[in-house]
Write a protein of this length. Structure first.
Length: 209
């Protein structure tokens, strides 16, 4: 599994330059509106807030590149969070609670894989059904907001890895190990249907309109 990597050029005429320009423009705009934006404290707070969303975006990228779609990620995150909080509230060892919560999220992913890859259910319909069940399970486990997590974990998450905020270091490590936007793992490609695989491996040329 994951034993080979194929580099795929997606839209050879496309470029990361426009996205980079927009990113820098927003950085400059934010620093003008809020002079404290480019301070270490503010940037650490931003990474702490948005690092989970970046991780989800990385996961979603592989689905979209393959021509699929899923809408269950939000529900799965909710289930994982409430499981972690409830188990920690019942005095489970923190890392065991984390393992159980992540396993529950992985189980939802396996359910979707079976529905889409084996039973050939439309991805939108399959993920809509599993997201509904997952949201229901999360609400059943924790009907009202509340709870807390390990203060040790919270302190670690808010700290720095050397000079880099821990969430940012985690995101950088994840994206670098998973590959850049134009790299798709070969085993992932091999699971696609013939037509979808053709579109991924040989995309139509794109031009800027």
């Amino acid at each position: 599994m994951w034993n080979r990597i194929k580099t795929i050029t997606i839209g050879r005429q496309s470029s990361l330059v426009p996205a980079l320009v927009l990113f820098l423009a927003f950085m400059v705009l934010n620093s003008v509106i809020s002079p404290n934006f480019l301070t270490v404290t503010t940037l650490s707070g931003v990474t702490e807030t948005y690092a989970p969303l970046v991780v989800l975006a990385v996961a979603e990228t592989f689905v979209l590149v393959g021509g699929g779609i899923d809408i269950f990620l939000g529900a799965t995150v909710s289930l994982v969070n409430v499981l972690l909080v409830v188990l920690w509230g019942h005095h489970w060892p923190f890392f065991i609670a984390v393992a159980v919560a992540i396993s529950a999220g992985a189980l939802v992913g396996v359910m979707n894989a079976i529905l889409v890859a084996i039973l050939k259910v439309t991805p939108l319909l399959a993920t809509f059904a599993t997201s509904t069940m997952t949201f229901g399970a999360a609400l059943w486990i924790m009907p009202t907001p509340g709870g807390s997590i390990s203060t040790g974990f919270a302190d670690w998450y808010a700290a720095n890895f050397w000079v880099v905020p821990t969430p940012l270091a985690f995101v950088l490590g994840l994206t670098s190990s998973g590959g850049s936007g134009n790299v798709v793992r070969g085993d992932f490609i091999s699971t696609l249907s013939g037509e979808t695989r053709r579109r991924v491996l040989h995309p139509a040329p794109q031009r800027l309109v």
